[in-house]
Design a protein around this ligand. Structure first.
Ligand code: ZN
Ligand code: CU
Length: 496
């Protein structure tokens, strides 16, 4: 023992807050893992290398577990959850460190309600959840509530329509579009990431392509993106894709197609065609998509999607709350009605539609243009399992077990790719000087456990999650140290 020597050496050693030793680092770029140490100081990564010598307040022995950038959930409806349930357990427990809210045309801000929120804004909560007449008010509420994960925000076309139109079943007038655009511009100035639309929903379906084209004008100068739940995901999906590409092309804005899928039985088997259309667009413009790893969708109950051949589960119903969890077929037969009649009676309601083919989903999920987005519905009392399971399911089931893509590729889809596309500066890769949003997990054990019948279950295999350098989740659960931030839009770098 030479204590003097140790002390003098320690004196010279740089100090850090956390030293993670012997981690198999998947840096987010898609590169193969490398066994390294990673040192964290404050909210950032201060050094990476083999056998780092640091005087660390906390040392974590990773024993070869995988360390990757925290996952970015690009498609969420967590707008009000990040404020009302800031622990964000469904996401944190998956290794998610950033959520992007405001998808599918519905954002919690800027919103002025005139009564109850129109469908599908009601997915974000009832009227009391909409308290943010300006984007600035929403950003302030995030700072006040200090969620456990970072929050980037899109502005919803349907929310803007709700603010400026007396009825939503018509196209907006020039003045209304101008008023919406002013609100969009204000939000972009405040750091919003872009505009989302939900043209399939009846609250936006009457909007013309021109309405969205005109509204989207400020995006290019801001360096923002356009994301879309397209006008249809069924038979006319190629037309809907062309509409989305046109809006991006004419406005010189990147397009992200939300939850790309071939919905409805008659549409099964068309993923090749759909991906071909996506690839063609990518030859001439910045385009990508996101996808969730399940063969069922979920939203409010849409009468147009009622198809006796498709299994539909009712997840909630305001008129008949007692039927939640039952299939529409069961309910219809108990009531002696057709499924369509029963669905009408259940309104307003939520549903899970088993209307996607597993084959198509796998093909879309595997495509190099595809990011991972849960589309989880946190206010649903019996949510689709994607809310709690998406990311570990992609890693455990589809990468490790089914070998659809390599682990580094899977991590890339949920880290660097979304950070670049949405302009989340300093995030999405493990690099010196980058923010310390990190997840340590066991690549042999990581797996989702949430199911359709038991959907509220944390995944397995997540060891530790750091958000802005703060240890926020361990195998014991959340640590009570919440350190998420509002993420204002940075520069987008689009790598096709
Ligand atoms: Zn959607
Ligand atoms: Cu959505």
């Amino acid at each position: 023992m030479h204590p003097a020597y140790i002390y003098s050496k320690k004196d010279k050693m740089p100090s850090c807050d956390t030293l993670i030793r012997n981690a198999s680092v998947l840096d987010g770029t898609g590169a193969d893992p490398v066994l390294l140490d990673v040192a964290l100081l404050g909210d950032s990564i201060c050094e990476i290398g083999p056998s780092l010598e640091y005087d660390a307040k906390i040392t974590v022995e990773a024993n070869g577990l995988s360390l990757s950038p925290g996952f970015i959930d690009v498609h969420t409806h967590d707008d009000t959850s990040v404020i009302l349930a800031p622990e964000m357990l469904p996401k944190l427990s998956q290794g998610v460190t950033t959520v992007i809210v405001g998808n599918c045309g519905i954002s919690a801000s800027p919103v002025h309600l005139h009564g109850e929120p129109p469908d599908p804004m009601n997915l974000l909560g009832d009227a009391t959840a909409f308290r943010y007449p300006t984007f600035a008010a929403y950003v302030a509420a995030i700072s006040d509530s200090q969620p456990a994960v970072n929050v980037g925000a899109l502005i919803g076309h349907t929310s803007l329509r709700n603010n400026h139109m007396d009825r939503l079943d018509r196209v907006a007038t020039g003045d209304e579009i101008a008023a919406m655009r002013t609100q969009l511009q204000e939000a972009l100035d405040g750091g919003a990431l872009g505009l989302s639309s939900g043209l399939a929903y009846l609250s936006a379906n009457a909007a013309s392509t021109e309405e969205v084209l005109e509204l989207a004008q400020p995006l290019a100068a801001a360096g923002a993106v356009y994301t879309t739940h397209m006008r249809t995901e069924t038979e006319a999906i190629l037309d809907a894709m062309n509409e989305a590409f046109k809006i991006g092309r004419l406005n010189h804005v990147p397009v992200i197609i939300s939850h790309l899928k071939c919905a409805g039985i008659v549409n099964w088997g068309r993923s090749g065609e759909v991906l071909h259309a996506l690839e063609e667009a990518r030859d001439s413009q910045q385009t990508g998509c996101d996808c969730y790893p399940y063969a069922a969708g979920s939203s409010t109950l849409d009468l147009r999607q009622v198809d006796e051949r498709v299994e539909i589960t009712i997840t909630w119903s305001t008129s008949y709350p007692e039927v939640a969890g039952q299939s529409l077929a069961q309910i219809a037969s108990a009531w002696n009605l057709t499924q369509l009649e029963a669905a009408r009676r259940l309104q307003p309601a939520g549903a899970i539609y088993h209307s996607i083919s597993e084959e198509d989903m796998r093909r879309i999920l595997s495509h190099p243009a595809t990011m991972i987005g849960s589309d989880g519905l946190p206010n649903d009392p019996r949510p689709h399992p994607r809310l709690w399971g998406t990311f570990p399911r992609v890693l455990g089931r589809y990468s490790r077990e089914e070998k659809l893509f390599s682990l580094p590729e899977a991590i890339h889809k949920m880290t660097q790719m979304p950070a670049q596309r949405f302009g989340l500066a300093g995030r999405g890769i493990i690099r010196k000087g980058y923010f310390a949003d990190l997840v340590l997990f066991d690549p042999e054990k990581i797996i989702d456990t949430a199911t359709y019948t038991d959907p509220i279950r944390p995944s397995e295999g997540i060891a530790s999650v750091w958000v802005n350098g703060v240890l926020s989740y361990t195998t014991q659960g959340a640590t009570e140290n919440r350190s998420g931030r509002f993420l204002a839009r940075g520069k987008t770098t689009w790598i096709q």
